[in-house]
Design a protein around this ligand. Structure first.
Ligand code: ATP
Ligand code: MG
Length: 582
């Protein structure tokens, strides 16, 4: 391939609408273009399409290796299927809905549990036909509230979705473990560093799920992980234990202290020359329930802790929450900024985290403007209505698995595996006759990989200030041949480039020739931006029948005789693609 004819429009300057590195570099390196007037909808240009195709090929190899069968389900799905599963009304505004000419309602598939379960319900009837692992690689549609970061959170994106059907829970466990193994190989092979984390099943339902997270600052997910063992969890899902704290042996009498203008935990801590962790903060929140009812509750946490909103919603059985407004607090005669658990007005339930539920001494708000209380003891000065772990995990917490220290980091969710149980098979009639001749619903698993998001994640983890540094396994081309020089020297360089490209192709190495009429400086800059793993410069070294080889990854330069170039590059690429599986 010649760069002069390739549709790879590189940009000299950073585009101003790109907030994260992968988005910026995909635009600059000419991998993608946004469709004008449509946020979150992208064209994959030839180089971007090649990378996606390489990721897809790795996914296919690994899914096939565990017995997966590829199929292709329709994108357009009738509302009836979603009504049968009960998700037509709950999926919400993320679902892209449309009508046909007869007024029938459809959606553009955001996911395919309904469609595949319906297929299997019709085609599979006996335990002899199970287990079954089906997958597809297809464009998905989700009208995301905030499409952003390019391919990372798009409204039209490519997903690998897989579904498995089983006669028993134990059988699902085997396939689940196989898929987790395949995912490990896939993410290692595409060059991602990743963690497997425990996560919340969300709208898809079912129990216990694992997410594959690629650590990166641009990630939207927050995870905690242990450096000493393999424990990692979504920050909202992580188990939290109360932290140890030195307590005074003899409780002193409660006291009132003036804290004018000290409203936040930091201000109070500074005013009293103490640590945020010795203050207990009271949050007043309004819970909203599915039947439209609302309730105001008070939540008590250590001052350096954060409320895990998901846990509070789950224990209260509410669907959403928000902090109370100033006006609502005024009606309750409670001054925001000076709230505390002592003498709360009746009718407000007090939920306390175990760290603060008992013992002391704590500094808390006095429920009087401008005052706090000190030497407050849980159990003596206030008694919570409910004691629940409502604190979010945070860096420095003890690992629930080994007792080590947890660290917090951001991650990109690139894959997600779920146990669905019989949630879909029951409602959509995916039943089978077991060995005893009994009709039973099939047990299901479901397994997703964000294909285009994975490409973005690879760039987030592999770039420097000059551009992308592609892992050889997914690079759009393994090498760039760079002929430089003018006149007869230049045409010799061009001719050698053509010859080497043929020799490389014979060894399975793809190369692009930068035959553009550009200054060498421009070519070198673009080679770095586009991130091909090996750069082969045909310039001065040609006088000695040699070429200059440079690895994009570490900048190491080597002079290699022309006769050996194809073999050396081929060995370098082979070495780079033989990744140990993490
Ligand atoms: P998120 O929490 O990031 O919205 P999700 O939990 O909704 O993801 P799943 O329904 O599990 O995602 O979809 C499977 C995979 O598809 C995800 O792990 C992710 O990699 C990818 N994915 C989901 N939404 C998008 C999107 N809007 N753009 C690109 N990839 C996506
Ligand atoms: Mg989502």
């Amino acid at each position: 391939m010649r760069l002069s004819t390739l549709l790879a429009p590189t940009l000299r300057e950073d585009p101003n609408d790109a907030e994260i590195d992968s988005h910026r570099l995909m635009l600059r390196a000419g991998l993608v273009r946004k469709l004008a007037g449509a946020s979150g909808i992208y064209t994959l240009l030839p180089l971007g399409q090649r990378v996606v195709a390489h990721v897809e090929a790795i996914i296919r190899e690994e899914m096939d290796s565990i017995g997966g069968q590829e199929l292709r389900l329709p994108v357009v799905q009738p509302a009836e299927l979603w009504e049968a599963s009960g998700r037509w009304s709950v999926y919400g505004e993320d679902m892209w809905r449309l009508h046909d000419r007869h007024g029938r309602a459809y959606c553009l598939g955001p996911t395919h549990e309904e469609v595949i379960t319906d297929l299997v319900a019709h085609e599979i009837h006996s335990w002899r036909q199970l287990p079954l692992l089906l997958y597809q690689i297809q464009t998905k549609y989700r009208d995301e509230v905030r499409p952003r970061f390019g391919l990372m959170r798009a409204r039209e994106f490519i997903m690998k979705d897989g579904y498995s059907f089983h006669a028993s829970e134990e059988d699902l466990e085997r396939t689940y473990a196989d898929v987790v193994g395949a995912y490990r190989r896939i993410f290692s092979r595409v060059g991602l560093e990743y963690r497997t984390v425990l996560a919340d099943p969300g709208a898809i339902g079912g129990s216990q799920t694992h997410e594959f997270m690629a650590p990166a600052d641009a990630g939207e997910a927050e995870i905690v992980s242990c450096a000493e063992c393999d424990y990692a969890a979504d920050i909202e899902e992580a188990e939290v234990a109360p932290r140890s704290r030195s307590e005074a042996s003899v409780p002193m009498a409660i006291g009132r202290i003036a804290t004018p203008n000290a409203r936040t935990i930091e201000e109070v801590a500074e005013h009293l020359s103490t640590e945020p962790g010795s203050i207990a903060k009271l949050l007043l929140v309004r819970l909203l329930f599915a039947d439209g009812r609302t309730e105001c509750v008070a939540v008590l946490l250590a001052g350096d802790a954060t409320l895990n909103e998901n846990k509070l919603l789950a224990v209260a059985g509410a669907i959403s929450l928000r902090p109370v407004t100033v006006q609502e607090a005024e009606r309750l005669h409670l001054p925001l900024g000076f709230l505390g658990p002592v003498d709360l007005p009746p009718g407000i339930a007090l939920y306390a985290d175990p760290e603060v539920a008992e013992g002391g001494p704590w500094v808390v708000g006095a429920n009087v403007e401008g005052y706090h209380l000190n030497n407050v003891w849980g159990g003596r000065d206030f008694v919570p209505d409910r004691v629940l772990p409502l604190r979010r995990a945070q860096a420095g917490d003890r690992c629930p698995q080994c007792g080590g220290r947890l660290s917090a980091q951001r991650g990109i969710e690139v894959g997600h595996v779920f146990r669905l149980g019989t949630k879909y098979s029951c409602v959509l009639g995916a039943n089978f006759l077991d060995q005893e001749g009994q009709t039973r619903p099939m047990t299901m698993g479901c397994y997703g990989i964000g294909v285009t998001r994975t490409v973005a994640a690879v760039i987030e983890q592999h770039h420097d200030r000059d551009g992308i540094i592609w892992p050889a396994s997914v690079a759009p081309y393994h090498a760039v041949l760079l002929p430089v020089g003018t006149g007869s020297f230049g045409s010799r360089a061009q001719q050698v480039a053509e010859e080497l490209s043929v020799q490389l192709a014979k060894r399975g190495i793809s190369a692009v020739i930068d035959d553009r009429d550009e200054r060498p400086g421009v070519k070198f800059k673009d080679a770095d931006l586009l991130g091909f793993p090996v750069r082969i410069t045909l310039g001065k070294a040609l006088e000695h029948e040699s070429a200059e080889l440079r690895l994009r990854k570490d900048g190491i330069v080597q002079m290699v005789p022309l006769t050996a170039v194809a073999d050396v590059v081929s060995a370098q690429i082979q070495e780079a693609t033989a990744v140990p599986i993490a």
